[in-house]
Design a protein around this ligand. Structure first.
Ligand code: SF4
Ligand code: SF4
Length: 363
């Protein structure tokens, strides 16, 4: 017994509704984990104060016991190139020529309030900690690098040298140090207080105050206050952020908020698509079968009609042929009769003539 399309779609609709409500529960469940820690710590980077001395890079290298770079930290010629973080370098300072000014910006993980890397990682290797750090657990990492695709700031770097034990690296906001009550290495090393570590809400107040007191020196915007749902690393500057390689098209919705909808559809897609496709396949198969049956019936009916038509045609032809034949025979017979009559008449005439001749001859 095939299932009708109407019945299947009705059934499938019911199933989807159940799945959607299940997904809504899933959304609620997942968001629950990423709501961030409103009273978290952070770092305020005052770009106006940065002189590009790279002391922060050096300190970061040291506190994280990273391999020494080829060029020493006091070699400022590296600032001629735009650099990004990578496996052995958790933070870089880049130089931007804006108008007649040289501006220096420090780049590292922004420790998002609701990190995209964490929501993309299906083994939960990343976690947002109450102290603001987004930490990474390499023991569960499978090296899929979804986090690298998900990060809007292009931060997580892959350690290709440890192919057998995949590892992603990035700034940890010096989690081990701040857990001990120490300052992050870079913040401690900065000679210009271009980096301040503290309660995020307090840092926002400080930033607002500086902008308010020096409107001619600062853009009226705290980068990271709302971007992607907010980050623990905040920036103020006298130059447009987009001119310093910082994205201003990210919006204020966090990555989990942006993705949880589509992600919550995964169970629907993974769970229901096979059902839908099987159903559609079954319906199309049934349709094909019905179509095939209908075609066969149509062919049979057509054959029957054609057959009958043919029989009629044949009968008609036969009839016509018979009639023609009869007519022909009739005609032939008639002709023969006529001829015979003519012949008989002729004969009679001949006989009469003969007789007349004979009579004449006798006379
Ligand atoms: S917070 Fe720590 S890990 Fe992050 S850039 Fe600064 S020193 Fe490096
Ligand atoms: S140590 Fe401070 S001033 Fe020096 S480059 Fe880093 S952030 Fe800028």
């Amino acid at each position: 017994m095939g299932i009708s399309r109407r019945k299947f779609l009705g059934w499938f609709g019911g199933l989807s509704a159940t799945a959607v409500s299940a997904a809504n529960n899933a959304i609620a469940g997942s968001n629950h984990h990423f709501k961030g820690h409103p009273d978290t710590m952070g770092v305020l980077h005052d770009i106006n104060r940065c002189i590009g001395c790279r002391k922060c890079e050096e300190a970061c290298n040291k506190v994280n016991e990273l391999p020494k770079p080829d060029q020493p930290f006091d070699d400022l010629s590296v600032l001629d190139q735009k650099r990004r973080t990578h496996a052995d370098v958790y933070t870089v300072v880049n130089q931007f020529k804006i108008g007649k000014d040289n501006v220096f910006v420090k780049k590292q993980c922004n420790h998002c309030m609701e990190p995209a890397c964490a929501s993309a990682c299906f083994v939960k290797a990343f976690k947002k900690m109450p102290n603001g750090s987004v930490v990474y657990d390499e023991s569960v990492c499978v090296g899929c690098r979804y986090c690298m695709i998900a990060c809007p700031f292009n931060i997580p770097a892959y350690d290709y040298d440890s192919a057998l034990s995949p590892k992603v690296t990035k700034c940890t906001l010096c989690f081990p140090r701040v857990e001990k009550g120490l300052l992050p290495g870079c913040v401690e090393a900065c000679p210009k207080e271009a980096l301040i570590y503290g309660n995020r809400n307090e840092l926002i107040k400080i930033a607002r105050e500086r902008i308010y007191k020096h409107p001619d020196q600062y853009i009226d915007h705290i980068y990271g206050e709302h971007e992607m749902g907010g980050t623990s690393w905040l920036y103020i500057s006298g130059k447009p952020f987009s001119e310093m390689g910082m994205r201003e098209d990210l919006g204020i919705k966090s990555a989990p908020e942006l993705t949880s909808g589509p992600l919550s559809a995964v169970p629907i897609v993974v769970g229901l698509w096979p059902v839908l496709l099987t159903g559609v396949y079954a319906i199309s198969k049934r349709k094909d079968k019905v179509a095939e049956e209908e075609k066969e019936e149509a062919v049979k009916a057509a054959e029957q009609i054609a057959d009958e038509e043919l029989k009629k045609q044949i009968a008609k032809l036969k009839l016509e042929a018979t009639k023609e034949k009869e007519a022909a025979i009739k005609k032939e017979v008639q002709k023969a009769l006529d001829e015979a009559a003519k012949e008989a008449e002729q004969k009679a005439k001949d006989k009469a003539a003969d007789a007349a001749n004979e009579e004449k001859e006798v006379e």
